[in-house]
Design a protein around this ligand. Sequence first.
Ligand SMILES: C[S@@+](CC[C@H](N)C(=O)[O-])C[C@H]1O[C@@H](n2cnc3c(N)ncnc32)[C@H](O)[C@@H]1O
Length: 266
Amino acid sequence: MSVREPQRFAACRNVGYHFVQANLLSALRDSMSRLEPWSSFLSSFSDPNAVARYAEGPVRQVPGFHGMQQMAALLLAESVPDDGQVLVLGAGGGLELKVFADAQAGWHFVGVDPSAEMLKLANLTLGPLASRVELHQGYIDTAPAGPFDGACCLLTLHFLAAEQRLHTLTELRRRLKPAAPLVVAHHSFPQAVAEKSRWLSRYAAFAAASGIPASDAKNAAAAISDRLPLLSPEQDVALLTEAGFDNVELFYAGFTFKGWVAYNPS
Ligand SMILES: C[S@@+](CC[C@H](N)C(=O)[O-])C[C@H]1O[C@@H](n2cnc3c(N)ncnc32)[C@H](O)[C@@H]1O
């Protein structure tokens, strides 16, 4: 795996691959995030035991997880050239990086994630494909300026409060070439009390039907409800638009999860 070294960061060798060290701002944000109600979710991405089991989770909690990843790859491929560069934010675990790299032999990737443990797992998941991936530890502000031919952010934006989500989307767009696509997917469902509860019950039912113990699935739904800074689909579309994206299209809906493709204006 190669690392292009942005001016502000020093690259360091770390058990066979490189990280670009997170800057102080990222560290500050990290410590601030510990004070937020969703910090317990984020801290699981730094727990080596939880991370070792990470790959088992999404397929049992996200209806149509593999199809959603495949659709993301196809949506990117509509615009990204054969030798294109793709920015993957929230790249920890490496699951979508592997799907994209397997699908497109000429694409190169920059993957950004604040969790060192999740980046280690990405490296393991990628195996030899890691030679086409540059991993950066940090947040969107750590990502190189690009411009990229496409970007994606899967199962990540629901951890970000509206203001940080808008900043993240705006900075993602600034790193895209004109007309380049962004693909996102995350929890996004109606937030009125009765509807919220109904959709979270459906989330828990899917997880239980996929092999997660029913009590764990119910607890996870309660934790999502209480601790994540959830938004409705209308709010998510409004944020994408406010961040400057055009032609925002829904491509995926799986109970509480929604996915959109949106484009940087030409
Ligand atoms: C549920 S995992 C999703 C990982 C991967 N995209 C997937 O679909 O398997 C969420 C990831 O988002 C990362 N994350 C949390 N806050 C973030 C932020 N503000 N910017 C980028 N990534 C973030 C976490 O460290 C974690 O690796």
